[in-house]
Design a protein around this ligand. Structure first.
Ligand code: ATP
Ligand code: LTN
Length: 328
């Protein structure tokens, strides 16, 4: 029996942080054994907000290195760069014609990012972003899409578009489902526990980047906001501490309850020092693995991945074009 397919991607639009790892990539590593897995570096999504060309190139390769150093195995999973497969953009154009403007207008991510860019300067690409994401997913007969919870609305729209197309033109697309776990719950910003940790945050004190060195990790954790009081407890009345305990727990596989017990009678500073060490213990071997990966090797893996997925994308797009009446 063929394994069911999963597809996911991350934008090369900033420094990847421990939220991206804990919320998304860590799950992918587990899933790749049971699923036919495709992981993409979505550079076409990244350019929906302005990007410096040299930085975009560097970050695209860096995201692929993060996938590999985190444990995505190119023998088990397929990795590629979105812009290497032009069918993504072509299918997006076709899906544009069945999507409705209000469906896109209500997307939370669009509203947030458009507001950040300034309503007048937000690009049409930013508005259309969820359609490109739907194309990524639907081109490959994806059954499950492992993502952080912030992406659920986009996956709901993908399902709506797939159902609408199937109804209008006959069964063509598999209706995908989102796959989230407890771990894909948002890791919050270190400077503001009410907002998710984000690579496009304005302050570097919002996140721990996967490339941060020891000194930076210690400095950022020391500065991380905490709640009033002095006890190390895990509950909703202390959201900043809860977030720090979550990070500790997910990186060390020690439960929040055990962490509470471990720090009874200790100070915030004791807990924070220990948390910095837990993060450093994860990042050090990870960064060593990343440093060993050469650009040439990574590009080879990405090229190989594109070769593997291209025939799948071409077949699906041919089917779509035929169904809508394009002359072959
Ligand atoms: P930006 O804030 O610039 O939009 P991002 O940091 O949210 O970027 P994405 O590329 O949008 O990163 O997300 C990549 C993956 O990481 C997605 O599956 C997303 O759900 C997950 N993710 C992003 N931020 C977090 C977070 N703070 N906690 C958990 N998962 C996250
Ligand atoms: N929108 C996603 C990135 C993304 C994606 C996808 C995720 C683009 N295409 C397809 C899953 C499947 C994000 O910003 N996290």
């Amino acid at each position: 029996m063929n394994k069911p397919r999963i597809f996911s991607g991350i934008q090369p639009s900033g420094n990847l942080h421990i939220g991206n790892y804990l919320g998304a990539i860590k799950n992918w590593v587990k899933l790749q054994d049971q699923y036919d897995s495709i992981f993409c570096v979505v550079d076409m999504h990244a350019i929906t907000v302005p990007q410096d060309p040299a930085e975009l190139r560097r970050r695209t390769i860096e995201v692929a290195k993060v996938y590999l150093a985190s444990g995505i195995d190119p023998k088990k999973s397929t990795l590629f760069i979105q812009s290497h497969i032009s069918e993504h953009a072509e299918l997006a154009w076709i899906l544009n014609t069945i999507a409705k403007i209000p469906e896109l207008e209500k997307m939370t991510q669009f509203k947030d990012k458009a507001q950040k860019a300034g309503k007048e300067s937000a690009s049409v690409g930013l508005f259309d972003y969820p359609i490109l994401m739907a194309s990524d997913i639907l081109l490959y007969d994806t059954e499950l899409v492992p993502v952080g919870k912030d992406q659920l609305q986009h996956i709901e729209l993908t399902r709506t578009l797939a159902e609408r197309f199937n109804k209008k033109f006959g069964k063509t697309f598999i209706i995908p489902k989102a796959f989230t776990t407890k771990e894909s719950e948002n890791i919050m910003g270190l400077d503001d526990p009410t907002k998710k940790m984000s690579k496009s945050a304005s302050s570097e004190y919002n996140y721990i980047a996967l490339t941060d060195d020891e000194e930076t990790v210690r400095r950022k954790i020391k500065k991380a906001v905490t709640d009033s009081g002095s006890e190390i407890v895990y509950n909703d009345s202390k959201p900043a501490l809860k977030n720090l305990i979550n990070i500790y727990s997910l990186l060390s596989e020690i439960s929040p309850k055990e962490i509470e017990n471990k720090y009874v009678g200790k100070k915030y500073s004791d807990f924070k020092n220990a948390l910095a060490e837990v993060i450093i213990n994860y990042l050090t071997p990870f960064q060593k693995k990343m440093a060993k990966l050469t650009d040439e090797k990574v590009l080879e893996i990405l090229e190989e991945g594109a070769k593997r997925v291209r025939p799948l994308a071409q077949k699906k797009l041919r089917e779509v074009k035929k169904k809508i009446g394009f002359v072959a």
